[in-house]
Every structure is written in C-alpha cells, then in structure tokens.
Design a protein around this ligand. Structure first.
Ligand code: G6P
Length: 612
C-alpha cells in the first residue's frame, strides 16, 4: 500500500500535505517524506524524508519548514527496499522528485539499463527508476507532462505517481495504473491523493482517475488524458462522508473494508511473480533456485493463529501440487519440543506481522538445526524475514483490524505460488499443468470480487443466528483449514464459542453436542471430498442442526438439508479456499456488528503477539 498526496494552490503546501498524509497513515507508516517547490532562485526543491512514523517527518518539517505552494508527499508501506530514510519517498533525481504507490514489476530490468548508461541509484526502491526516467526525459527537453508520458510507457506494474519539478513552476503531474488516485477539485487549488480522507477537509469534489490515465494539475484546474494521450473529460463527484467514514472507505469498520480489499491483496501478491506466458513462477528474494528446490526432502510450515490456517492450506498445496512432503505445525508446539529438522528441510515461517514471538523462535530453532528458512510475511524486513534465508512477501498493505482477513488470503496466494514454484522445479508440474494453474490463480481476484458481492446479504443470516451460543464448523481436505478459520473469526470478534473440526472426526465427539440450537457451518465445495461431506451434512441435519452450507454452486440436495446455502462461484478445486473463506468472514463480521462488539479491536486480543 502507501499513501500519496499532491497539492498545488496559493497556500503553503507543506502543512496541507502533512495533514493529508496523517489521514493516510493507515496505508503505511514505515517512512514518510515530502518535496516542496519554491520559487526561489528560479525554482528549487526542498525534500525532507524520515524513517518511521509520520510524527518524525512532522518534527523535521517543524524544525526547518520548506516553503512553497506546490508539492508532493508520501507515507510508505515498504515493498521493495527496507524501511529506512534512504528508501523513503520522494526520491529526487536532478530537478524532479516523485512519490509512488504500487509495485513496479520491471524495475530491475529498467534499473540495469539506466545503470548501463552511467546513472547511479541512491536507494533499493522500485520507485527510483521512475525518478530517473522523468529526469532522463526532462534532460532531453521534454515538458513535465511529456516526461511522465514517456516514463509510464516504460513502467510495468501498478502505480499512482505524483511528480514535482523544480523548473515547472505552475503544475504537478500525476499518473495512475492499478493503484488508486483521486483528484480533489478545490477553489483555486487542486489536490491528488491515494484516498479521499486526505482531501476531504479541503474539498468534497473529487474525480477518481482511471487506469492508464495521466493528469496535469494547476491552481485553476485539471487536465486529464488517457494512455494514448487523448484528452478525457470526467464528471466531478461530490462526497458526503465524514472524515472518519472516509478513512474506512465508507465502511463501518476497518475489518469490513479489509474484507473488501482482499481481491486487491491477492492481485498485488501475485503481481510480477507469474511470468508472462504463465509457464514460470518467479519468487524474487525467496532464494529458492532449482537445485535447492530439488534437494528438499520436506517442507515444514510454522505459524500461529490465522497464519497457521494459511500454513495448513499451504501444506495441502505443497503435497498436492508440488508433490513434496509437507507438514504444518503450530509454532508454539514446534518450538516446545525437540523437533527433528535438518539441512534438507525447508521451514516456512508464515506471519503477517513478521514479529510473532513463537513463529520467530520456531524459525530460529530450525535454522540452528540446519534447516533452510523461508519467511512469508507482510511487513518488510521484520524480525522473521531477518532471521530467514529468504523471504516471500505478501503485499496486503497494513491490516488494521485485529482479526486477520486480507493478510490471510495474501498468505494463501504466496503459498500457492510457492507450491507452483517447487512443483515446476521438481518436475511434478509440466508447462501445461503449470500454465493451467497459474491462469486459474490469476483469475482468483475477479472470482473473489464476485463472491464478496454475492454474499453481502449474509447480514440477515447473521442476525437470525446471532443468539446461538455454540457453533460447529466442518470441512474436509482443503476445506478443513477454512472451517478452522471460520470458527476462529467468529470467536475472535463476536465472542461466541465456535469449534472448527475435521468433518471426518465429527463422529468421534462433536456429534454428541448437536441439537436444534447448534448452527453447523459446512464447507462443502464440489471437490473430491463432496460425497463424504454430504454424508456429514445428512448426519447433522438428522439431528436437527441448523445447517449453513458454503459451496461453489447450487446443489438441490444441499439446499433441502440447509437453512441457508452460501454459494461462492467456481474455480479449480485446488483454489476453492480463496473463495469459501469469504462468506465465513462476512458472517462473523455481521454477527459481531449486530452484537455490538468492538469489531476492529476485540477484547483481550492483540494484532501482534510479541510476548510469550
Ligand atoms: C494474533 C492476531 C492474529 C494473527 C496471529 C498471528 O493472534 O490477532 O490475527 O493471525 O496473531 O500473527 P502473525 O503476525 O504471526 O500472522
């Protein structure tokens, strides 16, 4: 994620940009920076950048306020290059400074070309190439807008960019592709930002830019053009949200917003990792070359909480798609025994925060015993990636709700990629098989969007069931981790007792609990476990349980046995967890909201558990 803000108008830019960034801090807080243009000496740029939270930048600006009436600002959630001042935005090259939200996929290639021409780079970020490309064009005599046109033509990936040039006094230029960018239309002043809250205190008149568009902002107006350079005219929208509502994107809670951000989290995690012809998976930074991949005897996944459920899904993909022995372990249990791990084991430590103490300790223990460690984390350069040999980052952006949602599906995406990478390196998947799976994976975000839209009505079901004190969630095979995750979500935020169980084990205990007061959520997609799961559904139905079925497509038999059937749409059976988890998150959310609990910060829970 990352938040960007741009301002051009009659007022001092720095305080306005800082205020905007403060409202975007939920998008990232690894570092922050601003660039302000002043008219002094025919045009100069003052750039201030700080590692850490925005407060540090505010302090630095207070000490030496940059003066000028146009500028850009950035609050960073690191994706390429560790959080540091050096990697903070905006990078400045020559007379131009630029801020960026997104992931530039071809940055290494462009960087090599630019270095070959004698350019030197000051940071490890993907963004710095944009500053060089702008500088290259400006130096060749292009205007700022023409420089942006030329730069974006050479960039692949997602970006919202805003550039300020020391010599172009009257305007800023912005561009957008697959990262949000909103123009704010003021009275004699113009804004651009990643999200509405940043501009809402100044204007409620906005124009969201669309893919491939570029805009020039002056005090008096905006000029928008499409990717082909044709002028575009766009209606101005009026926003009537309060600033707090706006921060939550109009959603009542961050958790609900994050549930809706999940397709994007998966998209960003897949971005740039599947080669264009779909016959290869490229995991930069994971340090898994073909020889290493082939030499592995086993993969051990260690994690806690929701990340453990992602790890369990990963185990199933590693076995089923990569043909490699795999096991998922609770990190606290793994580190609490004398685990047998060694040099032919890959230990995958899955952690949203990258800081969870048990997962960190498990990774360190395995490393001491000679295993190769791969971190799957959402926070760049956090403790677990630092303790690992390689890292595979999820790109979910910061997650504010304590109950994890978008980080979970991003972990699923990362682990599916890992399975495909190992499967192809080890010869388990041929080019055709890999292409089929990668194509299906790339379609997942679209399917997720449909599934979320289709299930927004679970609110009514949630109200009907909210008073039930005990719930059972059942699944088999790839749906078992999803049953566990559904039950965890319900207990975390609604404080209702819920148990996730492997459906095959139901007869060995939980069936004794079932009566007409117990909702049973059955995760039952049409896969190889379908018939067996239907057997379980019959059994609980016969005992009068209130069955809520989660499935991929309508099924008459399931319909007659269930109080409610939640359909999520179809994908390759292997990837159904991406979809089946969605109604379970929404159901838990709506029950908690109906009960009036503190959804985003449930009692007794912490986002990151760094104590034992
Ligand atoms: C806490 C959080 C959970 C999270 C778990 C593991 O319990 O509330 O949402 O799944 O920690 O955290 P990690 O950062 O390692 O994924």
């Amino acid at each position: 994620m990352c938040g960007i803000v741009a301002y051009v108008g009659p007022k001092e830019a720095a305080p306005l940009i800082l205020e905007g960034l403060r409202r975007l801090e939920y998008r990232g807080y690894d570092s922050a920076g601003i660039a302000v243009r002043s008219d002094a000496g025919g045009g100069t740029l003052a750039v201030v950048r700080c590692e850490g939270k925005l407060a540090r930048l505010e302090e630095a600006v207070r000490r030496a306020p940059p003066s000028g009436t146009r500028g850009v600002g950035h609050t960073r959630w690191a994706t390429h290059g560790r959080p540091s001042e050096r990697n903070a935005h905006p990078p400045q090259v020559g007379r131009v400074a630029v801020v960026h939200n997104g992931i530039i996929e071809n940055h290494l290639e462009v960087r090599r070309r630019l270095e070959g021409q004698g350019r030197t780079f000051a940071s490890e970020t993907d963004t710095e190439i944009a500053a060089h490309l702008l500088d290259e064009a400006l130096a060749a005599g292009a205007s700022l807008v023409e420089a942006m046109r030329r730069a974006v033509r050479q960039i692949e990936g997602s970006y919202a960019l805003a550039a300020v040039d020391a010599r172009t006094g009257d305007r800023l230029v912005v561009a957008k592709n697959a990262s949000p960018l909103i123009l704010g239309i003021g009275d004699g002043e113009m804004f651009a930002a990643s999200d509405i809250p940043a501009i809402l205190p100044y204007t409620n008149r906005v124009i969201p830019l669309e893919e491939g568009e570029l805009a020039e902002l002056t005090r008096d107006g905006v000029r928008i053009e499409d990717a082909a350079g044709r002028p575009v005219s766009r209606a101005v929208r009026r926003i009537d949200w309060s600033p707090l509502q706006a921060e939550k994107g109009g959603f009542k809670h961050f958790m609900l917003k994050e549930i809706h951000e999940q397709p994007r989290a998966v998209e960003d995690t897949l971005r740039g990792r599947i080669v264009a012809d779909r016959t290869g998976v490229f995991l930069e930074g994971a340090e898994l070359d073909d020889e290493t991949a082939r030499s592995l005897h086993r993969v051990v996944l260690v994690a806690c909480g929701t990340s453990f459920h992602a790890a369990m899904s990963g185990q199933r993909w590693l076995e089923g798609l990569a043909g490699v022995p795999a096991v998922a372990e609770l990190a606290s249990e793994f580190r609490g025994r004398e685990p047998i791990v060694g040099e032919h084991d890959l230990v995958v430590a899955v952690s949203q925060s990258g800081e969870t103490i048990d997962t960190l300790a498990a990774a360190k223990l395995a490393r001491e015993r000679g295993a190769r460690i791969l971190a799957v984390a959402n926070v760049l350069d956090s403790a677990i990636p630092r303790a690992a040999h390689g890292s595979l980052y999820t790109h979910a952006g910061p997650e504010i709700g304590v109950a994890s949602t978008k980080c979970f599906v991003a972990q699923l995406a990362a682990l599916a990629l890992l399975a495909l990478r190992l499967g192809s390196a080890r010869g388990r998947l041929d080019a055709g098989g890999l292409a089929e799976l990668t194509a299906a994976l790339l379609r997942i975000p679209g399917r997720m969007r449909e599934a979320i839209a289709r299930n927004s009505g679970v609110e009514t079901l949630g109200r009907a069931l909210a008073s039930a004190p005990n719930w059972l969630y059942l699944g088999r095979g790839r749906s078992y981790p999803i049953a566990l995750e559904g039950a965890l979500k319900l207990k975390e935020i609604s404080y209702i007792h819920a148990e996730g169980y492997a459906a095959g084990e139901m007869k060995h205990g939980p069936i004794a609990l079932i009566d007409r007061n117990v909702p049973v959520v059955a995760v039952v997609p049409h896969d190889e476990q379908f018939e067996k799961m239907m057997g379980n559904v019959h059994e609980v139905h016969a005992r009068e349980a209130r069955v809520v079925a989660v499935t991929d497509r309508e099924d008459p038999e399931l319909r007659t046995l269930s109080e409610e059937v939640l359909t999520v749409g179809e994908t390759l059976p292997a990837f159904s967890p991406f979809l089946t988890v969605l109604p379970l998150q929404l159901l838990a959310y709506h029950i908690a909201d109906f009960k009036g609990t503190d959804v985003d910060q449930p009692r007794n829970l912490a986002k990151t558990v760094t104590v034992e």
